[in-house]
Ligand binder design. Structure first.
Ligand code: AMP
Length: 273
């Protein structure tokens, strides 16, 4: 497995073969969620490259950029074990210069929900993903449904900018008790981890209510908030796959999202119905 740190080395690696390339962009501190994306890429493609880069432009002032978990040694081992061919680990100065041409998230879909809570976050996400997709020139790039709005915006960017990569969406990986895996779970105390289960429980409740015949989103949101009682809920939202708020759940076209703070940790989760 090659560790690549420069643009020149990455381009050299990429031009050394013609087989299909799968790409898994991450911010490191790899867990089973990331591993699932990587396994999928390894099985779909001849070569797999993972990027590990804590992208500063997607963090707002006061967020956890400086304390974001770093686990370089174990990340390398995980990638090696999973059969990854290369890891791209650039420095910030390799990825960014002064006064750059910018990519902006769309005015509406980029500024609702996560984009409303974290204005400018998706500009930074799209900027770095555009750079990485251009550098890697992958056939397939893998993203988690856990970050549903991010996934939708990346799909839109690929379409709007006529990029030729296929974006592959991968289901959210959870622990046995339902907690969605996240690098930020490392911030949770034992007690907070128990409280954090309310997010996945509220989503399960929404799916259950729909299964037993309730499709009114207002009713479902009230029930979800009951499950979330005690948490600092930022939003509960039910949207269609184009991220428009809907009044009634429609099978195969709905995403139920929840974001809440558990102690100081901000967690997001969602379920696709
Ligand atoms: P991150 O390192 O948090 O930027 O995540 C890198 C990629 O892994 C993104 O496409 C995420 O959506 C995806 N991911 C993170 N957590 C999970 C999870 N629990 N299940 C599936 N994909 C995930």
């Amino acid at each position: 497995m090659e560790i690549i740190r420069t643009v020149e080395a990455l381009k050299k690696w990429r031009s050394s073969f013609n087989e299909s390339v799968g790409f898994v962009p991450t911010m490191g501190a790899l867990h089973e969620g990331h591993s699932t994306l990587i396994k999928r890429s390894v099985s779909d493609n001849s070569k797999t490259i993972v990027s590990i880069f804590v992208n500063p432009t997607q963090f707002l002032a006061g967020e956890d950029l400086n304390t974001y978990p770093k686990k370089e040694e174990s990340d390398r081992k995980i990638c090696e074990l999973l059969g990854v061919d290369a890891i791209f680990m650039p420095e910030i100065s390799t990825m960014y210069s002064d006064d750059e041409v910018l990519i902006s998230a769309p005015n509406i879909r980029g500024y609702i929900l996560e984009g409303h809570s974290r204005p400018g976050h998706f500009d930074g996400v799209l900027q770095v993903v555009m750079k990485l997709l251009n550098l890697v020139q992958a056939n397939n790039a893998y993203f988690g449904k856990k970050d549903a709005q991010q996934l939708a915006l990346i799909e839109q960017m690929v379409k709007n900018y006529f990029l030729s990569v296929n974006i592959i969406a991968v289901d959210t990986v959870r622990q046995n008790d339902g907690l969605a895996l996240s690098s930020r779970n490392a911030y949770l105390s034992e007690n907070e981890r128990k409280e954090a289960l309310k997010l996945s429980r509220s989503l399960k409740e929404a799916a259950h209510l729909f299964q037993v015949g309730e499709n009114n989103c207002s009713v479902i949101k009230v029930k979800m908030l009951e499950v979330l009682d005690g948490l600092d809920v930022e939003y509960v939202s039910i949207v269609d796959r184009s991220f428009k708020e809907i009044e009634n759940i429609e099978q195969n076209n709905t995403i139920v999202l929840v974001t809440a703070r558990v102690g100081a940790t901000r967690l997001i989760d969602n379920i696709w119905i």
